[in-house]
Design a protein around this ligand. Sequence first.
Ligand code: ZN
Length: 310
Amino acid sequence: MSAPARDLPRAVSIREVGPRDGFQNEPEILPTADKVELINALARTGIRRLEVTSFVRPDVIPQLADAAEVLALIDVPDDVSLSVLIPNERGLDAALEHRRKIDEINVFLSASQTHNRKNVNRSVEESLAALQVVLVRAREAGLRCEAVISTSFGCPYEGRVGPERVLEIAAALRDAGAQEIGFGDTTGMANPRQVREFFGLAAAALGDGVQLTAHFHNTRGQGLANVLAALQAGVQSFESSFGELGGCPVPAGATGNIATEDLVSMLEQMGIETGVDLPALLACARRVQELLGRPLGSHTLVAGPIDWRG
Ligand code: ZN
């Protein structure tokens, strides 16, 4: 038996990851000016947390080679918290040159060895040791720190990933300074029952001192069902991507994050506050669709917001 349902949260926090997770996984490189336009618009939709870029090696991810320019050029309201994805200490050094623009950093690793090796060419233990140093240094610099654990609900190469292993990694990241742990269903393998049980275990294992965040992908159409299960387990923090952009570099065919506009539409219809202006967000999704020149997977973008008067 799983834990009984708690009351659903009244409000949730959404972190938009499209400008990093999304643009990184596009085959073509979006011009810097277009990225800046989209980030500036997203920052005016009521979204309070925005992952804008990543300091990765430009030869590995040319899509984000303009990280410094993007950070220098964007103009966002003060109440929007900006984060960048940091792969290693060198990335942190680069990010710290823009310390005034950045509020948060995100670090990442996979819970499964094979996915981690394919993604960053290191064992999980090697990643963990390196990220612990990054987290300590980032906290010293006054940055808020989130660690995202990919393949938390299953690995495309190894199959089942035990929750005890995921939570062991999460505890190590928390102890190194992570104030928030994001659990990523990187290749869309999670189901709602598993999600509900997992977050019940996570809350018990990690305590109240760390924020627990759900990061779902819609690879098999189960993203929003998994959101509901996470809400029922008490999760109040979600990550998503406008236009359903994004994916994962490995394996090929790992499709997008849940669409922020689908998430906002569902939550607002359920009476759960997101603080996000859906029409303004849809304008951003329409604009990126236009710039990319291909239809995107977001449902609300296709159907439009629900109008009860119709
Ligand atoms: Zn993702």
